[in-house]
Design a protein around this ligand. Sequence first.
Ligand SMILES: Cc1cc2nc3c(=O)[nH]c(=O)nc-3n(C[C@H](O)[C@H](O)[C@H](O)COP(=O)(O)OP(=O)(O)OC[C@H]3O[C@@H](n4cnc5c(N)ncnc54)[C@H](O)[C@@H]3O)c2cc1C
Length: 392
Amino acid sequence: MDIKAMPVASPDLTHEQQAFREAARDFAQSEIAPFAAHWDAESEFPREAIRKAGELGFCGLYTDERAGGTGLTRLDAAIVFEELAAVDPSTAAFISIHNMATWMLTSHATSAVRDHWGPKLASGQSLASYCLTEPGAGSDAGSLKTRAMKDGDHYVLSGSKAFISGAGATDMLVVMARTGEDGPRGISAFAVPADAQGIGYGRNEEKLGWHSQPTRSVSFDGVRVSADHLLGREGDGFKIAMKGLDGGRLNIAACSLGAAQGALDAARRYMGERRQFGKKLAEFQALQFKLADMATDLVAARQMVHTAARKLDAGSHDATIWCAMAKRFATDAGFAICNDALQIHGGYGYIREYPVERLLRDCRVHQILEGTNEIMRVIVARHLLNTEEELR
Ligand SMILES: Cc1cc2nc3c(=O)[nH]c(=O)nc-3n(C[C@H](O)[C@H](O)[C@H](O)COP(=O)(O)OP(=O)(O)OC[C@H]3O[C@@H](n4cnc5c(N)ncnc54)[C@H](O)[C@@H]3O)c2cc1C
């Protein structure tokens, strides 16, 4: 593709970013869109499509090139995730979580672990899960109880994790476990091969959406990992987990943008086709206004996500706050836009023949995971009340 020859449709994006968008859109149309409804209906994990995404560099988008990644920015990654999610938010979101875990491992692992796993993960040949949540520790993740006891040149992990995306289908688990005192400072992060002895997997949870990726509990019963699989230093785990989530929240927000764009496009098409009272739906001003509001909210959410991504790329001290605001805003807007698109489809929106009900089901969980939207408000409010900084 001749990047320089491309029209500048979005003046705030570079020619390269528009090229990534085109590449992601082409891939989404050819390798995901034709199969997404089937994967959803059959709860089929699209391993082969994810491998092909890896060939394009989508499995290590913002992982450093020296670790085998594509070495792009968070904004570039958000652009790619949005395009993939426009046809299949579930598969896009799995790829985004894999990207987050891959970045965490390659940024904090010992060189031996990074060199062994980095290229495999970034190419999509191997896949990773992020293991923070526990049955008794969700929003209050700092209270997690999974233990990692030092035993010579190994750590021994015991405990259990809940709601782990991809679990059972992934090869590497990035696990947060307690090595010290109560609270966030006693937590460390580990790279744990998913087939290590003593790891057990629960049943695939039956969910409202996200059917194309498994969600399972994971138990650790005396799992031994070599001490060089510690990420960072002892006690760094919670910080590493939260740094991972800054990017993760942007990615999930971008997946909501994609779902919303897919739903908006479907509603627009449908309004031009469906006739009632002798007119096209497109002629009813009430629906025109709804469509206009949907588009306005989507553009505002996209600006918010891109601004937060630029903050994270620039290493701004308040990037975490911006990522939390963007995640809250874009995931709420994304769900509302999908819901309005479903309403515009009337009864047809509720049946599987049209894609809107799947987009709606898939993006509902974005308001819950990687920190619920209530927790995003906690992060923003804490900043507002504890500092005098303006958010600009
Ligand atoms: C499909 C799916 C996939 C997931 N994938 C992963 C994964 O890959 N890895 C992983 O580690 N986790 C994963 N999660 C877990 C997810 O991150 C948690 O579900 C989420 O953080 C919320 O925790 P909880 O479910 O225990 O809810 P709780 O923490 O029990 O919260 C219940 C309600 O109380 C609210 N609440 C809690 N505390 C406060 C507060 N201080 N102020 C106001 N409201 C509050 C919450 O916002 C929520 O509405 C996944 C979850 C789902 C559903």
